[in-house]
Design a protein around this ligand. Sequence first.
Ligand code: ATP
Ligand code: MG
Length: 361
Amino acid sequence: MGALAIKNVTKSFGDTHILKGIDIEIESGQFLILVGPSGCGKSTLMNIIAGLESPTTGEVHIGGRVVNNVAPKDRDIAMVFQSYALYPTMNVRQNIAFGMETRGVPKKEQDEIIARVAKMLQMDHLLDRKPSQLSGGQRQRVAMGRALARDPILFLFDEPLSNLDAKLRVEMRTEIKQLHHRLKTTIVYVTHDQIEAMTLGDKIAVMKDGVIQQFGSPQEIYDQPANLFVASFIGSPSMNFIPCHLAEQDGQLGVSLQSEGEARFIALPQAAKLTGSVGKKVILGIRPEQFDVVGEQGLACKVHLTEPTGPDTMVLTQLNGIEVCARLHPREAKGPGDTVRLQPDVSKAVLFDAESEARLA
Ligand SMILES: Nc1ncnc2c1ncn2[C@@H]1O[C@H](COP(=O)(O)OP(=O)(O)OP(=O)(O)O)[C@@H](O)[C@H]1O
Ligand SMILES: [Mg+2]
């Protein structure tokens, strides 16, 4: 069995069901991301893995053994929380050493480990400082250092970067990724930031209301979102959701897109298996980068607004009465009031059932 397996875990506080049957399994060395909106149960699940909460039902396996009745300190895990929880009166060296002290690691070995961790996180020069003499990013590094001073089966990170400013977040994100690359440790990492999820994870579990909506690689989740929620949560700017009816033309299934009073049938090869569903209400999902500017065969779309980001320009227009964002090369973007002729990349578009919101094709 893998480094971590969560089997049908539920958690209720009184009558409130927070986790509703979670199943996850990862291999040793994998980086698992738990991502979802605030209150969906990420920290609750993390605390259950750590042993700080017990599941109402289900099993947690770490390193192949059931740990439901194993105390947190005996689970062979190291945690980093959002609040770094450093000891303010101790210097960095003492903060890193603290866990080792209580575990009875010999002094000489402690010194070696501190030197190794400090080198790894580039904080040799900070070892004698108190937390109050450190920046947010440096404190974060100390908290990581304390976790890295151990060699656990599992690292648990609960939103470790959320107290940092945007620039530092990005830097630390890269650092964590490099660290994982080098150490090949198994990590469970909670975030509500979809970019962090995409950039760090080998596997992502997208959660909503205590249910895993999809579990897969970042690319699977981006390209084949299981439902509207996942599609809207991952990706920025968000995927466009265009209400349509499934139609048939010349023996091909597709949808009709309207713009500026003009309608165009868009054949969707991936909808081929949906024969018998003609007329069904569907939602066509197209990501902003999945539009091309083409000649006469494209849909004439009036530009309402442009948002240049430098490398790309976001062009806001309307399709089927819905505001749609297309990410275009600045050279092709034009300006408000102008018309661009757009063609969606149908090979990448996804179809959702308008009722169940599940992906159809
Ligand atoms: N001890 C508790 N008693 C009752 N309800 C709780 C308890 N702990 C958490 N909850 C509730 O469980 C839900 C999930 O909380 P949790 O902290 O797991 O969310 P989260 O996904 O980590 O959110 P965030 O992104 O805001 O940290 C919330 O509605 C919260 O109010
Ligand atoms: Mg949380």
